[in-house]
Design a protein around this ligand. Sequence first.
Ligand SMILES: *[C@@H]1O[C@H](CO)[C@@H](O)[C@H](O)[C@H]1NC(C)=O
Ligand SMILES: *[C@@H]1O[C@H](CO)[C@@H](O)[C@H](O)[C@H]1NC(C)=O
Ligand SMILES: *[C@@H]1O[C@H](CO)[C@@H](O)[C@H](O)[C@H]1NC(C)=O
Length: 211
Amino acid sequence: MHAAAKLSIFMCLIATSFAEHHRSCDSPNMTGVLVVSDLRKGSTVAAYTYDSVANKLRFTSFSSDTIYSSLNLDALFFFDEGIFYEVDGKNQSCEKKSLQSSIHAMEIPSNAEFLSNMTLGSATIAEEGLKMSIWRGTVPETKAHYVMGSSMGCLPFSFTYISETILIFSNTAIEMEIKDPDRLVVPSFCEAEVVEDTPEGKVNSFFSLFL
Ligand SMILES: *[C@@H]1O[C@H](CO)[C@@H](O)[C@H](O)[C@H]1NC(C)=O
Ligand SMILES: *[C@@H]1O[C@H](CO)[C@@H](O)[C@H](O)[C@H]1NC(C)=O
Ligand SMILES: *[C@@H]1O[C@H](CO)[C@@H](O)[C@H](O)[C@H]1NC(C)=O
């Protein structure tokens, strides 16, 4: 009894310190370039804007001279509302869909487990190493596994999504601000859209856009 009580207090302390560690690692607001690599289909390069407070993300692919871009995507996610828009700017048309999973590559998911700190390159030679924290977890809705790397200041710079294929998200050229807030506003031609029905068995998520 006594030992059990001690153990449960100990477990609580672990849980608390873990939760604190995690809560201190929220992403900042970000503007950057995301490179999404699919081992089968090639890579997509996209400019993105992320509001970490409202949990909103705009993601617009562009063609790059250095990387063959395989997908043409423009999407606006409202993760907290469980809604996203696929925007066709040329056509001034839009599709509004519900999200069945809110996990994405710009934030350490709340169910992530901290694995370890490590250094890519050299840990001892100045400027020759990249120190990072490694996290892992499962997306409950799809059972996909993920492994994620963040900087010591909590910038999420690498996310590997492992399902029937493997998607690797590399977060580059990060600036810690929202440079263009208009990118996070629903385009006027999308406002009247109603939420489309999700086909039976389909899980819409940030990741399903690339599958
Ligand atoms: C992030 O952006 C939102 C929306 O512009 C703003 O309300 C919030 O204060 C910003 N957060 C930080 C930490 O700058
Ligand atoms: C424009 O949008 C409609 C759907 O509203 C779609 O069927 C059509 O293929 C689109 N055209 C182009 C050129 O993307
Ligand atoms: C990992 O690094 C972070 C940030 O420097 C630090 O707070 C944490 O204690 C480290 N964790 C381990 C297990 O070394």
